[in-house]
Design a protein around this ligand. Structure first.
Ligand code: BTN
Length: 256
């Protein structure tokens, strides 16, 4: 069996053949068996009701990809700084994948993982709050690793490591890299390296400071991402004006 070269992430490991959603499983576990050790990881070969951001569905091919959830207790993090947890995890996943891939891995705001303008995976963080800080966080990560083909509706937008490298990777090796980087960036977060995290995030942000097409309320417009606020709002330049967008307000238009 495996032991990851980490301090705590993945040291308490629960492997499942199949589950509705690793995030659901971990949330139930945390509420039924407190205290759950920080760094507890659920990994599943298959999810039959995987969840994505904004109530979307996350589909994955059984046995081929990464579906994992990590339990963290960032009680040091003020609620108003919670977007930094998204930043830390996005950077960790991007760095871990960069280790295996020839070109840069990008983060599409707020926390999709992109390669060559196609989605490699996503992150779903679910926080449980107490007063002014975060009591615990379930970090769900779904990545297309060894999947070779996508259903026609996804084929244009999604990619996998296999499609890039034309070979399969050992899923646990990739997870180990992810866990190592999560620890690294989590430590940055703990030691309040906010400006470093923020500037690294902007460096990896897809279309940062580049003209691209977006949709807002059904309207297509051209804009340039200029930054991201501490709240996570996107700062864009549109027609020489600065505008802010909340998470659900804006969508990228897929260009290829
Ligand atoms: C997104 O791109 O919208 C986020 C996708 C997150 C998927 C992962 S897979 C492991 C974890 N369990 C879930 O149900 N969702 C996340």
């Amino acid at each position: 069996n495996n032991t990851f070269s980490t301090l705590f992430v993945g040291q308490n490991l629960i492997k499942l053949k199949e589950v509705d959603s690793t995030n659901n499983y971990l949330k139930n576990l945390a509420s039924n068996s407190e205290p759950l050790p920080e760094g507890t990881v659920i990994m599943a070969d298959n999810q039959f009701a995987g969840r994505g951001q904004q109530e979307s569905v996350w589909q994955t091919e059984a046995g081929k990809n990464i579906s994992t959830s990590i339990y963290l207790k960032p009680s040091f993090l003020a609620i108003k700084k919670q977007f930094y947890l998204n930043i830390a995890v996005s950077l960790a996943v991007a760095d871990a994948l960069s280790y295996f891939l020839p070109l840069a891995v990008a983060v599409k705001w707020p926390n999709d993982i992109y390669y060559n303008r196609k989605k490699l995976g996503g992150i779903l963080i679910e926080n449980s709050l107490t007063g002014t800080t975060i009591k615990s966080a379930v970090i769900g990560i779904g990545l297309n690793i060894n999947q070779q083909v996508f259903k026609s509706d996804l084929a244009e937008k999604a990619t996998s490591v296999f499609q890039i490298l034309h070979k399969e990777l050992d899923l646990e090796l990739v997870m180990e890299k992810i866990f190592v980087y999560i620890e690294k960036y989590y430590l940055n977060l703990k030691s309040e390296k906010y400006s470093i995290l923020h500037s690294n995030y902007l460096k990896k942000l897809l279309y940062f400071d580049l003209e691209a097409n977006y949709i807002h309320n059904g309207q297509v417009f051209e804009g340039k991402i200029k930054g991201v606020e501490e709240s996570g709002y996107l700062i864009m330049e549109v027609d020489n004006q600065i505008k802010n967008f909340n998470f659900k307000e804006i969508e990228y238009i897929h260009t290829n």
